[in-house]
Design a binder for this molecule. Sequence first.
Ligand code: ADP
Ligand code: MG
Length: 286
Amino acid sequence: MNQTLSTPGSSSGSATQPPPAREPRESAARNAGLSEPLLQVKGLSKEYSGNARSGRGALRLFDGLDLEVRRGELVAIVGQSGSGKSTLLHMLGALDSPSAGTIYCGPTQVTQLSIREAARFRNEQVGYVWQFHYLLPEFTAQENVAMPLLARGVERRQAMQEAAQWLAETGLADRAAHRPGELSGGEQQRVALARALVTRPQLLLADEPTGDLDGASADLVFGLIERLHEAHGLTSVLVTHNLELAGRCTRTLRLAGGRLVEASQDRSDKDESDKDGAFVPQHHSR
Ligand code: ADP
Ligand code: MG
């Protein structure tokens, strides 16, 4: 195990067993700047067929999209609304499948997984954070964080203990017993982040995680993502409209014209909001 959960403030110090050891990650290679790719995406396309009855035209989102993300990278993806950022993250996280192309996450060919294997891949390898927190309102913060562990069959006491530790890591040890409705937007997102990481995924996918937050809360949540990314040797792909936050990532890629381009090659991206309307996904009428 290459990481120690920080436990100060954890409310479950009396629990007997430490979390079980897990496989080490390649943080040494990452620190040496020689890390190998974790994500390898080649020739991706996604087509939605039209529906004559509803008048919806067919849509092709990606045009042979390629992407490579090395272990330990924190990659930002920007692009106008409707360009397919969320769809791309869904495909990286095995929540959706492409019409063509391949996605490898390490040795796993994500695009070849059965429904069962995809569910297992998501539970074991991927942490997901959305713009909206999707916490279950009737459960406490700690129960919400424990949920993915319970789903994989971890015994409740153990799951709750690990959840408490992750809440402590996100600075919310004293909010463990609060329900989502009793938390601020920023706190809800921090709980969602703890829930995404409680299973110790190697890949963190975050879809506009600060999009609903005011400036100060957005900064705090983003800072936390950066810190946890670093501390836990994560590989992270983050969609954002905030170019200042994107600028703090290892790389910024712009999704435009159905492909990803390095934002550094696209210096016209000074103001993200001015780009709206600049890229139109290919709609065909049938
Ligand atoms: P972004 O996250 O960049 O705003 P999305 O990935 O959410 O973009 O959506 C990209 C495009 O794909 C949008 O035009 C959206 O309407 C379309 N789209 C998403 N899901 C479907 C679907 N199930 N059927 C048809 N079109 C879809
Ligand atoms: Mg989106």
